[in-house]
Design a protein around this ligand. Sequence first.
Ligand code: FES
Ligand SMILES: [Fe+2]
Length: 384
Amino acid sequence: MTAASDTITNATAVAIEAQRESTAQGRQDVRNLPPNLNHWYALARSSAVGDTPLAVEIWGMAIALYRDDQNQVHALEDRCPHRQVKLSHGAVVGQNLECAYHAWQFDAQGNCAEVPYLEANQKLPSCKIRSYPVREQDGFIWVWPGDRALLDAPVEIPENAQANAKAPVPLAIPEWDHLNYIATVSTIDCEAHFSFLIENLMDMYHGHLHRGFQAWASASLETLEETPDKVDALYTAESYYKIDKIWSISQLFFPALRQLHPEPLRVTYAYPNWTSSLGDDFRIICLFVPISPTHTRAHLIHFVSLNAFWRLHKLPLRFRRFIKDSLFGAAQKMLDGLVGEDVVMLEEEQAAYLGQPDRRPYELNRACLAVQRLIANQATQTAP
Ligand code: FES
Ligand SMILES: [Fe+2]
C-alpha cells in the first residue's frame, strides 16, 4: 500500500468509524457524517499561494499547495515519503516541490524527481505521493480530494443525466472579477462539525443574534426546494441596506443612514458550498472546508453590487478597477463581527452535542431538516 492510499484510508476510516457508531445506535447522526469528498473544495485563496508552499487540510488529509515557476498551482500530499515530514516546510524549485530536510524533490504528479546525494549505482526511489487535481478560479485554489476517476469520467445520475454528462466544475463566482462588485472576505474557523455551520447559514431566523450589526430582520420562510445536491430556501425579510445612490456605500459605516425595507432573502446549500442573496445589492458565498468531525473552516465572501450606478459603468475600465480594488474589504468589520457571533454559537452547539450526544435538539425550521437529509445523502457517495 502506498503512502498516498494510506492517507485516504486513514481519513476515511475516521469517518466510516463515526458513521458505524451512529448506525449502531440505531440512527444516522448527522453530526458525525463525513462530507462527500467527490466535489471541488476551495482550500485557499489564490493570494495565499505565493513563492512558498502552503499547508492546507481537508477531512484528515494534509495537502501542500505550491505555485511553480510557470505560475501553475499544484497540490501534493503534505508528507515526504523519505522521513514523513511535511513537504509544505520546503521550497519550490522550478516545477518541483523540494523537501526541507534532505532536499528530495517531487514533481506535480507526486513522483520523486531528484535526490541530491544519489550514489553512482543508485536509482531514484520509486516512492510516490498522492497528487490532487487543482484549479485556480475566481480568486481561490480549488482541489478535488475525492476519487479522481469520478472527475475524469463522471457517472451519470439518471434523474439529472444532462447536468452530469459533463465533468464537475468548481462553483462559479463571477462577482469576484466583475467590476460592479465590491468584495470582502472573512475566514471562519470553528471547532464544530460542518453541519452546524450550514444549518446556521440556512436558518435565517437567527437574525436576532446579529441585531447589533443590523444584518437583516423579520425573516419568514416562504418556499423550500430540495434536489439530490441542493437545498434552496426563499425567505421574505427586511434589509437595512439599499445601494441605489452613489453615497449608499456609506451605509456600511453609518447606521443612521440605514432604513428597514422588504427584500427577498434566498439561501442555497449548493453542496458543499452555500450561496445567498439579499435583494439585488448583496450576495454572500460560503466556501466550506470540513477539516474533521469537530473542526470546520470556510471562506465567507460578501459582495456589494454597484449595478445601480450606470454612470459609473461609463468610466474607463482602469478607473472602475481602481474603485473595486480600493473598496475591497469595505464590509470587513461587519462580516468579521457576524462570523465572531456565529462561531460562539456553533462551538457551544458542538460542545453540548459532545457532552450529551443522545439529547436531541428541537428543530422547527424545515430548511435545517432538508440540509440534514442532503448531508446524509451526500455522505453515502463519498470516496470508499
Ligand atoms: S525527509 Fe524529506 S527529503 Fe528527507
Ligand atoms: Fe449568522
